[in-house]
Every structure is written in C-alpha cells, then in structure tokens.
Design a binder for this molecule. Structure first.
Ligand code: NI
Length: 248
C-alpha cells in the first residue's frame, strides 16, 4: 500500500491496525559510466514497495535526493547538504507522528545518507518530545540499508568476488537493470579496477575516481542478477520490518 496512492480515510483505517511505515530514501548521483543517476533512489523505492507488498506495510513517499556532496563534480548529481537532509527527515517523521505513526522503517540505498539520517533520528526524538505530540515518546526509527543485508552481501561475493566495490557497485547496477531493462547502457569499462579510497571533497573525488566508480566492476551486472538481489533484499528486510514492529 502506497501513501501516494491512498486517500486520507484509507490512511486513517490503516492506522487502526498498524502504526508502522516504510520510507524509501536514496540519492540522485553519478554511478559511473554505465550506472543510472537515479540508482540509489530506484533501488530503495522498488525494494520498499516489495517489502510493502510482502508485509502489508504502508510505503511513504521516496526521498529521492540525498547527501551526495562528494559526487557533485560529475554532471547530473543533485545533493542536499547534510543540514537540509536532516531537516527534511525530521519533518517527514514529525508530521507522520502527528498523524499517528510511531514505527519508522527507512529503507536506504545510499551509504552517504547514513550518518545524517542517524543524526536526524537523534535530533527528532528530542524535537518530538518538545512538541508534546501524543505518543511521540513511543516513536522508533530504524535505518535499514538494503545493500548491507547479509543475503545481499553474500550473493555479491558469490557473483562478483572482489569486483563488487563500494560505489557504482555491480549489485546495485544489476537491480536497476532488472527494474528498467530498457535503460541498460552498453558502455565499455576499463577492466582495471578503480581505487576504493577515502572520500574527501568533490573535486578530489573526481581526480581519484575519474569515471566515478569506487573499486567496482559494474560491467558484470545482469538483469537476472538484479532480480536475485531484489528478491533477497525484499525477503530479508520484510523479516526485519516485522521484527521491528513487534519489538518493544
Ligand atoms: Ni549507489
């Protein structure tokens, strides 16, 4: 069930049986020579909808743009500053709490969002208690990163070994190929693995990673692999969501 395709009376009915919501969060950033700019948002949204179907959870509107400042020397990248993302996440949670939601399960597709989203959770708990919204003391937020699911990690290791990498990975490119086969790019990639350095500023990032990849070989991605990653992530995160709902 998607919030965007629901009416307010339907949301009111839903809240009588559940106070949980799944919120996809991704990024709009360069993903190497053959990866789509929307990769992180596309993956997070599709996996969230899969979890919603599996668990009958309401799925909120996708946060499509995330914290991608280090990718902004490549054209097409759009980034929020950490402070903007923090405020955005806080506003999502605040007004959904006001409606009656208390269990927020964010399914994330971008490593660069993690620190800011966790900071947003910490700040929001205090913000809610200051606002004295009923039930705000029961609000719980969870950040679930689909690409860190153990089933996903294991499959990536099996399929790609040390060529999975950490950005513009073969696994995430495979998921987008499964979802959007019409957008598959046939691009020749340098066979030598690019470095997987630390991340500093955007110009430094582009200097170290001229084609945008970090330690990855996304030429190995296939739509069939993508379907396997998608199913593994939906299965593991559906279980995690159910446990999160039941936990005190
Ligand atoms: Ni990504």
């Amino acid at each position: 069930m998607q919030l965007q395709l629901s009416t307010w009376p339907e949301v009111e009915e839903y809240l009588k049986i559940s106070s949980g919501i799944v919120i996809p969060i991704g990024s709009t950033e360069q993903h190497g020579p053959n990866g789509l700019i929307g990769t992180d948002a596309i993956c997070a949204e599709a996996i969230s909808k899969g979890v919603g179907d599996e668990t009958e959870a309401l799925v909120g509107p996708t946060i499509n743009v995330g914290m991608a400042l280090h990718h902004t020397s490549f054209p097409g990248t759009v980034s929020l500053r950490p402070s903007t993302l923090l405020a955005l996440v806080q506003d999502y949670i605040t007004f959904l709490t006001k409606a009656g939601f208390t269990k927020f399960f964010f399914i994330n597709g971008h490593g660069g969002n993690m620190a800011t989203v966790k900071a947003a959770f910490a700040q929001t708990y205090t913000h809610l208690s200051e606002l004295q919204i009923p039930n705000s003391d029961r609000v719980q937020c969870r950040l679930a990163n689909w690409f860190l699911c153990s089933s996903v990690r294991n499959l990536a290791k099996e399929l790609y070994g040390d060529r999975e990498g950490s950005h513009a990975t073969a696994s995430e490119v495979a998921v987008t190929q499964f979802l959007y086969p019409e957008a598959i790019k046939n691009v020749e990639l340098d066979a030598q693995l690019p470095p997987q350095d630390k991340i500093y500023g955007p110009d430094d990032f582009r200097r170290r990673h001229p084609d945008g990849r970090m330690g990855s070989d996304p030429s190995m991605a296939t739509p069939e692999h993508g379907e396997r990653f998608y199913k593994a992530a939906v299965k593991e995160l559906s279980q995690a969501y159910r446990e999160f709902l039941q936990a005190e």
